[in-house]
Design a protein around this ligand. Structure first.
Ligand code: NAG
Ligand code: NAG
Ligand code: NAG
Ligand code: NAG
Ligand code: NAG
Ligand code: NAG
Length: 430
């Protein structure tokens, strides 16, 4: 009777079977610990030094109460129904053979011989499935942010998880148990040195399995990758418009592109500068949303806004109301317009270079490959160059015709220039 209370306490501890059985096994002298695989058989030994056995009772602690498995009394054996086909008693020494083990057979077994308290014995039985191969995966790890590497076993209960990085055992306090089957390795501030091969060893009393995974830490979060792509596209826009600005300047005075073609070239170039400024401005805003505001980003944003407004006005005016431009008398206004596009290109290139330098620095804090922007650059450049090519093709076909009637068509040429007198001003490319 003395034994009943601690046993029931123990049973409550084991209820739900979540408490590591090792803890229970610490109660030495009372318990012997046995581990067996699901489906196998286990021989639970009776008390050793009993010479004459006339009665045996085996019980299983299920939850908080003992359930009788079998009773043996003067050659009269009674086996309780759920166990009928699975138990075999060695009447000579009181040992019990339990076959076809199930996970529900876990728990404490008690044997009482000759109805004597003195001759009773308790055995702690753990029935385990072999652990399956753990699955390892990580949350998207980004430099300077916290992240996790998770290890999960789908089958079988793992008692312990051990983590290794590049073959070195990691201290147990680096990881925690999320549930019975998941262990989480926590990375507080992911950095380059966290990259490497991680392995997780899930084990229980009867088996262990280990899985490895190469973990990389990305230097750039997805928004910063977008900043990079936008900046690169902005530079391509600026480069193509720069070409459109330089090309007419490099031509000799006589062969200079003029008339309708000049108008479209100017409108297109100015439009490109406007869009590239918008893109660069967007990249700056996205950067600040991720990294917080800084004066080095805000200042160019203000100039970019200025360039966006000017180039938009010029591009739309040149495209749709070319006569309006002739009304611009003041030379400062003309200068402003003339410098807006080249200045805008320069500003875009400088600002984007600054963004890309910052992004490259961030990228260096991780260990992934740099974002591949080749396709983006090539395809953007190809699409943007098409209208320019069309304009130049037109220019070259009409050039021959213009040269032929150079003397005869002077009045026609001057009428072109009348509508666009500023085309004489090489400064005013836009
Ligand atoms: C054997 O045990 C059962 C129940 O415990 C009882 O009904 C039966 O009379 C017993 N038989 C003998 C021979 O003792
Ligand atoms: C009891 O008997 C069985 C079968 O005879 C034997 O396998 C087992 O080892 C014995 N147990 C003890 C404690 O002697
Ligand atoms: C206790 O026994 C009942 C029926 O015998 C079974 O349904 C239940 O799963 C058992 N509980 C434990 C914890 O083994
Ligand atoms: C077995 O015998 C030893 C001494 O030989 C004794 O101390 C022990 O209590 C006995 N065990 C049981 C379960 O009777
Ligand atoms: C995994 O853990 C188990 C139990 O701790 C151990 O026996 C085994 O050697 C470990 N495996 C490796 C590869 O370290
Ligand atoms: C991890 O990377 C190394 C080389 O960097 C390679 O040899 C190894 O096979 C990789 N391991 C896994 C699990 O991908």
């Amino acid at each position: 009777m003395l034994l009943h209370r601690p046993v029931e306490l123990l049973g409550m501890l084991l209820a739900g079977l979540l408490v590591p059985l090792k803890q229970a096994a610490k109660v030495e002298g009372v318990l012997e610990r046995r581990v067996a695989v699901v489906g196998s058989s286990v021989l639970l030994l009776g008390p050793l030094n009993i010479t004459h056995i006339h009665s045996v009772q085996w019980e299983h602690l299920n939850g908080t109460t003992f359930h009788t498995i079998l009773q043996y009394e003067r050659h009269n054996l009674t086996v309780h129904v759920p166990y009928a086909a699975r138990v075999h008693l060695h009447a000579s020494n009181g040992s019990l053979l339990l076959e076809d083990l199930r996970e529900s057979d876990r728990g404490i077994y008690r044997v009482t011989v000759n109805q004597e308290e003195r001759a009773s014995l308790m055995i702690l039985l753990d029935v385990l499935k072999p652990v399956s191969h753990p699955q390892l995966w990580s949350s998207g790890l980004v430099a300077k942010a916290s992240g996790e590497v998770l290890c999960e076993v789908a089958e079988g209960r793992a008692d312990t998880f051990t983590w290794k990085k590049d073959g070195q055992r990691l201290p147990p306090d680096r990881s925690y148990r999320l549930s019975e089957s998941i262990s989480v390795l926590y990375l507080r501030m992911a950095k380059k040195s966290d990259c490497g091969s991680y392995s997780c060893n899930a084990s229980n009393g009867i088996s262990w399995q280990e899985t490895s995974l190469n973990i990389t830490v990305a230097g750039l979060s997805p928004p910063l990758q977008d900043v990079l792509r936008i900046s690169v596209v902005a530079v391509v826009f600026a480069a193509v418009s720069g070409w459109g600005i330089i090309f007419p300047v490099c031509q000799s005075e006589k062969l200079r592109i003029r008339g309708e073609l000049w108008r479209w070239l100017s409108a297109y170039t100015c439009g490109l500068v406007c869009i590239s400024s918008i893109l660069t401005g967007t990249a700056g805003l996205l950067w600040m949303r991720e990294e917080g505001p800084s004066i080095a980003v805000i200042l160019p944003e203000i100039f970019l806004l200025y360039v966006i407004v000017i180039t938009f006005l010029v591009a739309s005016t040149v495209a749709f109301q070319p006569t309006k431009l002739t009304q611009l008398k003041s030379t400062t206004a003309q200068r402003t317009l003339g410098y807006a596009a080249p200045g805008g290109v320069l500003l875009v290139v400088l600002t984007s270079s600054f963004h890309m330098k910052n992004i490259h620095q961030r990228h260096e804090e991780g260990c992934t490959a740099f974002v591949d922007v080749t396709t983006l650059v090539v395809s953007t450049a190809a699409v943007l160059a098409l209208p320019l090519l069309a304009i130049f093709l037109c220019y070259h076909t009409t050039q021959g015709w213009l040269q032929e009637c150079d003397s005869g068509c002077t009045h026609k040429e001057s009428s072109f220039e009348m509508s666009l007198p500023i085309s004489k001003d090489s400064d005013l490319t836009c």
